[in-house]
Design a protein around this ligand. Structure first.
Ligand code: UDP
Length: 238
């Protein structure tokens, strides 16, 4: 598969066309950002770790019946995916309170959220990814009501599948963000699943093992990402 021209460069990944219009290459970079791009750093090895982490999770989800855009890993930091038309809505599930919900609703970090909450955000950096509801998404034409139903069901299926996977590795999946797209008219999980887009705590010490280490200057960010991966059975190259 020949990588052709760069289509788009996001905060941590670049997207390339290929000689097959149905496929694209995602290249995971070392760039790391937080607070809507205000805090920016290069963390050596992050691109390769996140690309392989994502590949492992996407394959695990596919094996559990969740359709994704993943096709195959091409190199330590590059992945071949199906070209999708992305839906500009971020789907967030929270099993415990952390991050923005603590500020918004005055919750103590770590509070168990039972049943888990489900939130939608409009993906728009200039607006700071505002929280929205399904009626906004339908009225503004971002997704149909049927597509939103499917996205919600898939997001909760991911929760069942991954909460137990992380639990078996002695970790808690606190929250995560998913993005979906359309491939030949069907909803599939897109973007990435890595410690950049979820919160993971050690189940016994509650130590943070995800991007909060970067946001909160806790240090050893990539060592922790690798530790999460190795507890799930991953080995990293590159
Ligand atoms: N998240 C993300 N990208 C975003 C916003 C949130 O990957 O643009 C992830 C974030 O890492 C966390 C979850 O979604 O795992 C919930 O994030 P939250 O709303 O608490 O916002 P934050 O505190 O991360 O700004």
């Amino acid at each position: 598969m020949q990588k052709r021209k760069e289509l788009y460069s996001g905060k941590a990944k670049s997207v390339y066309t290929t000689d097959d219009p149905n496929c694209m290459v995602l290249s995971f970079r070392d760039d790391t950002s937080a607070f809507n791009g205000e805090k920016l750093e290069q963390l050596e090895g992050k691109g390769a770790v996140n690309s392989q982490f994502n590949a492992f999770i996407m394959q695990h989800l596919e094996a559990s019946g969740i359709p994704t855009h993943f096709i195959q890993q091409l190199s330590p930091n590059e992945t071949l995916v199906r070209s999708m038309e992305m839906i500009p809505v971020e789907c967030v599930v929270r099993n415990r309170a952390a991050g923005s919900i603590c500020k918004r609703l005055g919750l103590e970090e770590g509070k168990l959220l039972e049943p888990s909450t489900y939130e939608l955000f409009y993906k728009d950096d200039a607006l700071g990814d505002p929280m929205i509801n399904e009626s906004h998404a339908i009225t503004l034409g971002w997704a149909s009501s049927e597509q939103l139903e499917q996205m919600k069901a898939l997001t909760f299926s991911v929760n069942e599948c991954l909460s137990s996977l992380f639990f078996q590795g002695g970790m808690i999946l606190v929250d995560y963000k998913l993005e979906f797209g359309l491939y030949q008219g069907e909803i599939r999980l897109g973007d990435e699943f890595s410690p950049d887009g979820c919160r993971i705590w050690d189940a016994s010490t509650l130590e943070k093992m995800d991007k909060d280490r970067f946001r909160q200057n806790l240090g050893n960010v990539i060592d922790f990402y690798k530790e999460v991966g190795s507890r799930l059975g991953m080995t990293f190259e590159g």
